[in-house]
Design a protein around this ligand. Sequence first.
Ligand code: IPE
Ligand code: IPE
Ligand code: MG
Length: 246
Amino acid sequence: MDNTFTLNTENLPQHIAIIMDGNGRWAKQQGMLRAFGHESGVKSVRETVEACARLKIKFLTLYAFSTENWNRPKLEVDALMSILMNSLKKELPTMQKNNIKLNTIGNANMLPDRARKQLFDVIEQTKDNTGMTLTLALSYGSREELVAAVKEICEEVKTNKLDIADINDTVIQSHLYTRNMPDADLVIRTSGEQRISNFLLWQAAYAELYFTEVLWPDFREEDLHKAIFSYQKRERRFGKTSEQLK
Ligand code: IPE
Ligand code: IPE
Ligand code: MG
């Protein structure tokens, strides 16, 4: 699979985040219902997760459902929730075999009871795994995450647990859903759209962005390797000059 791109194992992103987009268009191309596209996307999830685990990527975050996606037709939302539930159950052995720890970010309270139970059951069963952390962004929106963080911080100020002067990047980071994760190094979006769609606004401040025309159900290990290869050719300057980095 990786014969076309030789990846430098010394320079792998620590945290890859993927906006899995294009399921609906993929299904439409075959004259099928959108839900068929979502179901077909599960295979891409499995392949990507296994490929990242093989590369020993530490953190993989998958944008599976946004706060805005609740506004889709009920039929589609219900289909997505049942695909989520079934896949969690089905993929548990793969997670155990690959030593993967499941995590979630987003407003889990919004999820239907059965889906939430299934999710936290798998999180519990994989909590002692020490390999890759796989985070599902479910009912996730960066703005909602920031609003929740601001409220928590205000509460701490109000109750004299925190001084306004002490609010800094670290304090804000420690109130985000991603408090136990490093920032995203590489954000991939499939399907040709070039936007962030309310994903990891804070955490992707210095991420390298990679866009591909490939629709999510067609995304394979080779496409992941292409994205990482592109990442490895870039110089991450973090505001400095190229000379300073030498
Ligand atoms: C991504 O595919 C999956 C979710 C957003 C849940 P879409 O369903 O957005 O597919 P397109 O963008 O309509 O093709
Ligand atoms: C972003 O995709 C959300 C997920 C991939 C889960 P959308 O398809 O919902 O994004 P927009 O609406 O095209 O920006
Ligand atoms: Mg879309």
